[in-house]
Design a protein around this ligand. Sequence first.
Ligand SMILES: [Zn+2]
Length: 309
Amino acid sequence: MGIAETRIYPINTGWLEADLGTYVFWKGPAGKKIWQPVFCHYVDTGTQKILIDTGLCDEARASRYHHKCEKRGCLQVHEHLEQVLGVHPDEIDAVVFTHLHWDHVQNMVKFRNARFVAPRAEIEMAYNPLPLYYRTYESVYLNVRPAYSECVFEAVENECEVFPGITMFHTPGHSVGHMAVSVATSVGEIVVCGDAIFNLRNLEPNAAEGWRYWVPARFVNSYEGWKSVEEIDKRSDYVLPCHDRLANERSNVFPYDGMPLRKRRQFIPGFKFYFGDMPMDTAERAAAAMNPEDVKDYLASLTPPSPNM
Ligand SMILES: [Zn+2]
């Protein structure tokens, strides 16, 4: 039992339309639409069955109150668990939430035996949203019944190991209380990062602007948002964002043999970090700086933001 047995299964709950420039990439091509999947993640540690977020509702509700939505054959989270993975919703011990935006919390009531663990600042925002975010948190002011209305949350205040091998750490910016969930596995830390980044490309530079990271544009606080991207870079050997098709579709289950692991906090000549160094006692995990002769080829290999990522 434990790290060697821990497996993560991505679950795609449907597709949403968003804007490349106002959502996915800061100063990206605004006006260009992108269809993004909405993943949540089932984690089996051998001793516990845990969900990280619960994903989307049905197409009608999503399209009516939020973004244009297409299910494209995707099931809701509880259906997928039972029909594809053979896990009955009653078996789920806990749902851990990165944040409480509407597309991360649907169908909570299906998990009758689960504890619901969420960042405290997200719980407060969900129950009393800034009016700008009535839709984002499905406020009762919209005459919608929020997905969490019959559920009791356990609030997480500080970074902590919420279950053995499963650590929540602060990654605010996209939302006020956002926390990423780091899962200890046999290949290292796999970070389920919610919406702190939308796409793995967010962790690579925007060369034209001189940015070490091409951070997402959908933020309540860009300063914290950039810091959170640096934090994920320092702590992850693989990243599973909730809206990145490729990162989640490389396999039905993580880790897997031959999976591409990332380099933590690699200095790329010409691109500066803004915040401090690696967390205590992890300095040796940072990658060696990129060789200056390799920078040109590396930058040329990066995918520009496009609706087909
Ligand atoms: Zn979100």
